[in-house]
Write a protein that binds this ligand. Sequence first.
Ligand code: ADP
Length: 459
Amino acid sequence: MNILPESLRLRMVVSHMAAISLTVAAVGVTLLVLGVSGTSLVVAVAATAAVGALGSVGASFLMVRSIAGPVHNVAEGARRLARGDLDHRVRSSSMRETRELNDAFNEMAVTLRDLVHGLDSERSLLAVVMETMADGVIVLDSDNRIRLINRAAQWLLDADIHSARGSTLAEIVRDHELLELASGSAAAGRIQRAEIELLHQRRFLHAIATPISAGPSRGVLLTLQDVTRLRQVQNTRREFVSNVSHELRTPLASVNAMVETLDGGAIYDTEVARDFLSRIHDDIGRMTTMVDELLELSSLESGQMPIHLAPVELSRVANKVTERFETNAASRGVKLLSLVPDDLPYLMADAGKLDQILTNLVENALKFTPQGGCVSLSARTVEAGIEIQVADTGVGVPREHLPHIFERFYKVDRSRRNVGTGLGLAITRRLVQAHGGNIKVSSVEGEGSVFTFNLSRAS
Ligand code: ADP
């Protein structure tokens, strides 16, 4: 196979012809100068020309061979580069012209390799960023097919990792708002945003659709941000404000009504006036308690309430609490027992806060246990530390309410307006959590409840 380009070969033939002609002319001139003529001159010229031509063709042949080898190497090298062998280099040649060619090829190969490696590492970095970012990213082509989808988007949309790529958006998303956002942005050619609630996944997403174009191809870039937590916080705050307003409005309205009645003349009826004043006093007391508990809960939730952990003997704290409620229990006809063993290991706790936890639980237990019932306080050593229980044989908590009773303002029987603020258990749970523990409840309606929490041992 002749791999020299046509123009190069032509140039070489022309230069060989010129060399032959020059040789012939030179021999002719020499013979003329020497005075040789006739047939012998023709023969001599022809012989000389033949010898010159043969020499010239031989030289050309050698030259072609010395060029063809390196050029062939370069061509083979180019093929290997094309196949991805970016470290391939051609051997340097001894001829100046082909050496330049080889060197240029090798320089190009180095540049190409660096370029490809640079692109590779940029692409890997981009892939890592896409896969680890918390926001979902989807790139759709003009047919609404998914060209690219990252892990976060698959997770947010509950999409199957294998089938998502290549599917249409409608095949993996049921939410019409999100579909409309993508198609609307493509049609309008501008960025569109929406807050979307995915009912199946129970998630709120902030979605942004941006039209994109790469050369002639068009598409949409969809970014999805999970705002579920933010929404929950907003909802909780809204509920909280509405709960506080509600809880305060009721006693305030009652106080207002009583003051108006007193003002309207009831103040002159000593008995009625005394009764009203006592009720006003109770309502104000309830509101004060609520405000105090709210402040306490708020400082617990913001982590601002200091907890001073130290070794604590549970039986001493438990006895103190039961003693405090002795009269209360007796007046209700409820038996109150402290069954905490004296030899229980010390626990790591803030004694004051532990007292508050037990007080809240015992107070509730007494409140919801009818006459003849029993409230007991017990503890035992478990693998995770010390498990403490406050059990009662009271009214119990209906099953559907159980998951909510540690929520702020939650009361099973809302009509029992005078019985507590609904903040006690929320505070109790926060206090237990501040010790690094957990609290749970088990209850059977009509049979009683058991509140169990655990704290760490001191050693
Ligand atoms: P409250 O100040 O109203 O007692 P809590 O947060 O302490 O508020 O309790 C929330 C609700 O949980 C109570 O209103 C009551 O319905 C229920 N509850 C709490 N402890 C008990 C218990 N030992 N037995 C039955 N119900 C209980």
